[in-house]
Ligand binder design. Sequence first.
Ligand code: PGA
Length: 250
Amino acid sequence: MTPGVRPLIAGNWKMHGLAADGLALARAVATGGAAIRAELVVCPPATLVSAVAAAMAGGPVAVGGQDCHAAAKGAHTGDIAASMLADAGARFVILGHSERRAAYRETDPTVRSKAEAAIAAGLTPIVCVGEPEDDRLLGRAEEVVAAQIAGSLPPGFGAAGGVVAYEPIWAIGTGRTPTEGDIAAMHAMIRARLVAAFPGQGEGLRILYGGSVKPGNAAAILALPHVDGALVGGASLVAEDFLAIARAAG
Ligand code: PGA
């Protein structure tokens, strides 16, 4: 944790949730979230952003999208503009998740343009970075992530209070996590890059860890220096697990 920084615990529901179960999950998180110090955000599928935001209005939990288009509007069938997410009640948006980088070939410049669009629409971008397992095994993890940081964050990222989520690809949904030493080393590298890129702002930007965060490992991970919260996938679909992780942020 970075001193003086309020932790952020974000739930990435991915492609899970119809109206009834999504709203029930959101309400359970909102009820339990009132007593929690960390800032909480849930990122439901786009179809539920509006309903979840309405159900959570005035409460302790913010809502985020899972992606947006880089353009403000236009002929982009199936896509969603950042302003549309904001209009639906979102305050955050996850960008450059490894599942999108892999399935839709999103590159660093794409992610950077999306982050610019998100900031222009008043959303806080949560930009994901993280190495494949091969690069970790070859000792190249920090180099790969440093390049993603250099390529994915637009100039306005620091002023907008942007969030970076370090998610090693091989740890997502696998139950495996890096060692605490490896997480701490990566977050320290990311901090140094943020401080260099955004002087006067990079010190306070939040760096989340993501990849198989569970109630059982959250406290140890969240206690590491420069780990300012978590991006939680599978465990965010169970309100009690998500809340337990949030409580572990202190
Ligand atoms: P996981 O997913 O917590 O299920 O590993 C994290 C993510 O993809 O953001």
